[in-house]
Every structure is written in structure tokens, then in C-alpha cells.
Ligand binder design. Structure first.
Ligand code: PMP
Length: 357
């Protein structure tokens, strides 16, 4: 048995891949692959619409939100958000808590005036997430990243931004726990963690934000134009969209976001509790800001890092190397990772620690 702890592209449910495999060459008895279907034909449109319906059901998305299936991954949306929201008012507040929220700033700065707000409380290490910010009530929007994939920092609350629309990069937290979509102006996510293959981006946008685009927004990033065309202004990433739909069906069969959320909490606690009790490993994130999806941990003796990775791989535990910015290890435990995988990792860590004590 192999468990893949990659941060993305990440593990997909095996049942989803088996189903995709079974219908790969002959979709629905049509004698062709879903990849070969015209996006304008009734067979494919049924696939696309079902995926959207299932996502709406899973996330309880209110009717005054559009759901878009676009291309260009998470980073494409760093630009798209700014280009779609800064047409009438070219200033925005960006709360920065790590690598990905910082990268979003860099794209928005190409479009308008960005104020960067520190996402942490001043003071002692490890840092706690700030719960209030010096927000500009006249900004077009406030952007933040609810789960920083690199650092393993996650909000367990939604920032309060008054009348200013809140925009969230949910790439590595979407569908991992319940969220109240009505608190957001825009939610977006690259697909390659909890949704499906890379390249696809899912955007959930409130209707009243569809008239604020910059005139120079490229058509393939234009939310209003894409909403009008049901995300098919150009040829969408049809196979990725189909696979996303299979993942949504899988999640519904599992009991939905509420059920998977409880499982994700249990998975995270299993690993954090082990690391906290160990004097061989450590996690440096404040307990109130620890991610359920991306769990960095360090070996106190860093000279053992290479041996740890090599032996973990031999034991079927893949892709545990931490991001180069943080170093050490990172276990990404998205929805498709069963608790047995986390237990296997903890068992391996314990055995490794004993051997190297
Ligand atoms: N935001 C977050 C939180 C991410 O984790 C990632 C990718 N790891 C991105 C954005 C960028 O996504 P992509 O590579 O699909 O552009």
C-alpha cells in the first residue's frame, strides 16, 4: 500500500480513478472517451451541469452565486480576481500570512493599488493569526488565503470585513470542512488538491461583483463573460471538469463536507498529537493556526532528513519533503487520504525515532 502525501497535485480517491479508468474509452456506452466529446454537445453538457449541481449541493452555495470552471489554476486567479474587481475602484487590501497570499499580492499590484496587511499578531513566536486588521472601508475587496499550503497555517474563522467583499484563495482547503459561502464575495481554488487534476480552477462569485471588471480583462478570465457562457466561452478543460465531477460524487457518497470535515480533524489531530508528544519531531505553528490539510514537521536532528525521506519512501510513504522555504517535512492529508495513511505515517515516524534515538 502506497500513501501519497504530496501537496498538489495530490492523492485522488482510488474509487474515482477506477471509475475514470473503467469508462475511459467508452463513456456511457457512447463508444468514445469523455475527452473526445464536444463541449457543446448534450452528453458533455450533462456532465458539466451535474458537476456544478453537486458542488453547489456539497458547499450549500446560495443561488446568488455563479460557479465557474476556468483554466490557469490557482495562480491564474491571482490575476483574474484583481482584473475582475478593480475596474471601478482600483484598490484592495491583502492580508498576508505566507507564501501564497504573498504571491497573490504580486499579481494584484500589476492591476491596482494594494495595501499589504500583516496577518499575524505582533509578539511572541509561534505567531497567532490576527483577528482584526487596519482595513480600508473603501477598498474594492479584501483578499486572504484561508490555508497556506507551504507553511501549514489555517484559519478556523472567517475574517470580518464589514461591507467590503471578502475574497478567499481556498486552493488547499476547499471541501475539507464546512464553510458559509454567504460570507464571501469570491471563493476560488486551483483544483489539484481536493477537487481533481491541475490546471482547472473553480471560482464561486457573488452576482453583484460581476460588473466591476477592468476593460482590459482577457476574455478567458472575465467572470461575467464566462458566467454568461456557462464557463464555455472557449473550450473548457473538459476532462478535468469531468474528473472534478467524479470527485464531487465520491464526496457526496462519503456523506459530504460535514462528514469529511470530522474525518479531517481526526486525521490532523492524530499527527499533531504524535508530533507534540515526541521529542524527536516538532511542529512550529501555533496550535490555534494549524492546518488540517498541510502538516509540516521537523526532525530536531536535521542531519537525519535524507534518511527519513528515503526510508519513508521505501515504506510506501511518498512526497513528504517539506517546501524549501520551510524545510523539514510536510504531510499533506487532503480528503482522499484515509486515516489509515496517517496512522501508517505515525507508526513509521515512531519506529524511525526509536531506531535513531
Ligand atoms: N494558492 C494556494 C493556496 C496553493 O496551494 C497553490 C498551489 N500549491 C496556488 C495558489 C497556485 O496554484 P496553481 O499552481 O494551480 O497555479
Amino acid at each position: 500500500m502506497v500513501y501519497n502525501f504530496s501537496a498538489g497535485p495530490a492523492m485522488l480517491p482510488v474509487e474515482v480513478m477506477q471509475r475514470a479508468q473503467a469508462e475511459f474509452c467508452d463513456f456511457n456506452g457512447l463508444g468514445v472517451s469523455v475527452m473526445e466529446l464536444s463541449h457543446r454537445g448534450a452528453d458533455y453538457i450533462a456532465v458539466a451541469e451535474q458537476a456544478e449541481r453537486d458542488l453547489r449541493e456539497l458547499m450549500h452555495i446560495p443561488d446568488n452565486y455563479k460557479v465557474l470552471f476556468l483554466q490557469g489554476g490557482g495562480r491564474g486567479q491571482f490575476a483574474a480576481v484583481a482584473l475582475n474587481l478593480m475596474g471601478k475602484n482600483a484598490k484592495a487590501d491583502y492580508i498576508v500570512t505566507g507564501q501564497w497570499s504573498r504571491s497573490a499580492v504580486a499579481e494584484a499590484e500589476k492591476v491596482g493599488q494594494v495595501r499589504v496587511l500583516d496577518g499575524f499578531e505582533a509578539g511572541a513566536e509561534p505567531k497567532k493569526l490576527a483577528t482584526s486588521w487596519d482595513l480600508d472601508p473603501t477598498a474594492a475587496y479584501v483578499h486572504y488565503c484561508p490555508n497556506e499550503t507551504v507553511e501549514g497555517i489555517e484559519y478556523d474563522f472567517v475574517p470580518e470585513t464589514g461591507n467590503v467583499p471578502l475574497v478567499a484563495d481556498m486552493s488547499s482547503t476547499i471541501l475539507s470542512r464546512p464553510v458559509d459561502v454567504s460570507k464571501f464575495g469570491i471563493i476560488y481554488a486551483g483544483a489539484q488538491k481536493n477537487i481533481g487534476p491541475s490546471g482547472l480552477a473553480v471560482v464561486i462569485v457573488r452576482d453583484d461583483l460581476l460588473d466591476q471588471a477592468c476593460p482590459n480583462v482577457p476574455a478567458i478570465m472575465d467572470y461575467a463573460a464566462m458566467a454568461k457562457a456557462d464557463s464555455m466561452l472557449n473550450t473548457p478543460a473538459t476532462y478535468a471538469w469531468y474528473l472534478a465531477g467524479l470527485v464531487f460524487q465520491w464526496l457526496k457518497e462519503k456523506g459530504g463536507v460535514e462528514v469529511i470535515g470530522a474525518q479531517n480533524k481526526a486525521k490532523a489531530e492524530l499527527l499533531y498529537n504524535y508530533v507534540d508528544a515526541s521529542d524527536f519531531f516538532e511542529n512550529r505553528v501555533h496550535p490555534s493556526a494549524r492546518s488540517w490539510m498541510n502538516i509540516p514537521f521537523q526532525l530536531k536532528d536535521e542531519s537525519l532528513n535524507d534518511a527519513f525521506l528515503k526510508e519513508a519512501k521505501a515504506a510506501g510513504l511518498l512526497a513528504l519533503k517539506g517546501h524549501r522555504i520551510v524545510g523539514g517535512m510536510r504531510a499533506s492529508v487532503y480528503n482522499a487520504m484515509p486515516i489509515e495513511g496517517v496512522q501508517a505515517l505515525v507508526d513509521f515516524m515512531d519506529e524511525f525515532a526509536k531506531r535513531h534515538a
